[in-house]
Design a protein around this ligand. Structure first.
Ligand code: AMP
Length: 317
């Protein structure tokens, strides 16, 4: 197992979906990521919270084996995000972002965390993500996530960041926006020319795509009847993905494909309730059972010969 260092946001989120709303629920990119990853791996978390952030949430993470000694508590308020989803749950509309303690935050990676083999730069200001990379020592694998807020505000800093990471996670709208390319395959090719070896593009209820320069892998999303809140689905996906990779300790085409499926499994649970509530009642058996359902969902026998298929118009007229 290769432990993971995660740096990202811890937050209060006010979220409205067509199925309900929550005020100041616990969230943040690093929080969702760590909870999902903790099913598979050892986590070291670096983030900042304000005076108003409950110690019980840090205890919850500690109880899941997450090392939160790198989480700074500063005077002021915790990061706050307000978002809204319509019936298209794939696209969040940001109503408000209050950086609060993030405004003056400079990530400081404790000495004991600097040689962690896997690094995940969860969604925060890309300048801070780069500052983290300047402090870590020869990580074996670095992955990052981002969002439209930073693509719009700091695109050239993101380009610098993408040059220095192995895996980039984005959702489809963000990939199109960043690459300025309507076609997703072309957008992916463009992003891969910057330096990352793999790009994961999430398409919400339509699944996800894993691109490298040589191959493309496609996984569906789990067909769910009830989706309450997609907030954190991206971070939870990344948590399942990175957690699985860390548990096998090998980055190969096969392990990456399985990582995509574990990412999809974890994300599919997270959207079943508000905040990360569903993740707290989840157990290993349920994760493995849904992983097997994904296998059944996608498996079919490709014939080597086609005696049962009658192809019409096989000779061009
Ligand atoms: P996602 O997985 O993309 O749905 O991420 C949702 C989480 O991202 C929420 O819990 C928010 O607190 C957090 N978030 C939203 N905007 C930002 C931002 N600009 N920087 C860092 N974290 C953010």
């Amino acid at each position: 197992m290769k432990p993971i260092l995660v740096v990202g946001s811890m937050a209060f989120d006010s979220v409205e979906t067509p199925f309900g709303k929550v005020e100041r629920a616990l969230g943040g990119s690093a929080t969702y990521f760590s909870i999902a990853s903790s099913f598979f791996s050892e986590l070291k978390m670096v983030a900042v919270v304000g005076e108003d952030f409950p110690e019980t949430t840090l205890d919850l993470l500690r109880n899941r084996g997450v090392d939160v000694s790198g989480v700074q508590r500063q005077s002021g308020k915790t990061f706050f995000w307000q978002g809204k989803y319509g019936y298209d749950l794939n696209a969040a509309q940001t109503l408000e972002t209050q950086l609060n303690v993030f405004e003056k935050f400079r990530p400081e990676i404790p000495k004991s965390h600097r040689s962690t083999p896997y690094v995940f730069l969860a969604n925060i200001d890309p300048e801070l993500q780069i500052q983290v990379l300047e402090q870590v020592k020869d990580p074996e694998l670095v992955a990052c996530d981002t969002m439209n807020f930073w693509i719009q505000g700091k695109p050239s800093v993101l380009t610098d960041l993408f040059r220095r990471v192995d895996i980039v996670f984005m959702n489809e709208g963000e990939a199109r926006q960043y690459a300025q390319e309507a076609n997703l395959v072309r957008a992916a090719r463009k992003i891969l020319t910057l330096g990352p070896e793999w790009l994961v593009i999430k398409q919400g209820e339509y699944g996800s795509l894993l691109f490298s320069k040589e191959e493309v892998f496609s996984a569906p999303a789990y067909p769910l009847e009830k989706i309450y809140d997609p907030t954190g689905a991206g971070d939870t996906f990344a948590g399942g993905f990175m957690g699985y990779l860390s548990s096998v300790g090998q980055v190969t085409s096969t392990s990456l494909r399985k990582a995509v499926v574990f990412g999809s499994v974890l994300a599919s649970f997270n959207v079943e309730d508000f905040s990360f509530n569903r993740m707290l009642s989840l157990n290993a058996e349920q994760i493995l059972s849904r992983y097997r359902e994904f296998e059944r969902l996608t498996h079919f026998h490709a014939e080597t010969e086609f005696p049962s298929i009658r192809l019409l118009n096989s000779t061009p007229r």
